[in-house]
Design a protein around this ligand. Structure first.
Ligand SMILES: [Zn+2]
Length: 151
């Protein structure tokens, strides 16, 4: 039986249906359509709307806004890796790591198209409601350079 999957952050949704892709969610102001990432907002900071902002599904692709190559990190985290901010078409920016790319400034272009991917980053043992131990796969999202069509 497959392990239970759990998203590493509430903004990442893992649909139960196997043919549905994971996606990120944001929150959109019903008055001015400004879109935000991250919950717990009590209103819109671009207009005067106060109240719950309805959830919206965000695109699974964007463009690379800025990045840095990280050479030192917490113990156990392989370095170097590429930390980035990706702009999504909805006008929000998401902080993430780039994968499937060499951590080499000559190979990374600002504005390059990137696609979201999800990967298991670790697993955790938990007791379920029946008291049985089960393994939970922790799933995180990353972005990677867009592959050319057909490759
Ligand atoms: Zn607004």
């Amino acid at each position: 039986m497959a392990n239970t999957q759990r998203a590493i952050a509430p903004m990442l949704r893992l649909p139960a249906a196997p043919d549905e892709k994971p996606y990120l969610v944001g929150y959109r102001c019903p008055e001015c359509n400004a879109t935000y990432i991250g919950g717990n907002r009590v209103g819109c900071s671009k207009c005067t709307f106060v109240g719950d902002l309805p959830e919206v599904r965000l695109s699974d692709h964007g463009t690379l806004y800025v990045y840095s190559i990280v050479h030192q990190s917490a113990p156990g985290i392989p370095v170097p890796y590429v930390s980035a901010i990706v702009d999504l078409p909805e006008g929000v920016s998401v902080r993430c790591n780039l994968v499937d790319i060499e951590p080499d400034p000559q190979k990374i272009e600002f504005g390059m198209p990137v696609d979201m991917v999800t990967r298991k980053v670790r697993e955790r043992k938990e007791k379920n409601a029946h008291g049985d131990e089960e393994t939970i796969d922790i799933i995180a999202f990353f972005f990677r350079p867009r592959k050319d069509e057909g490759s």
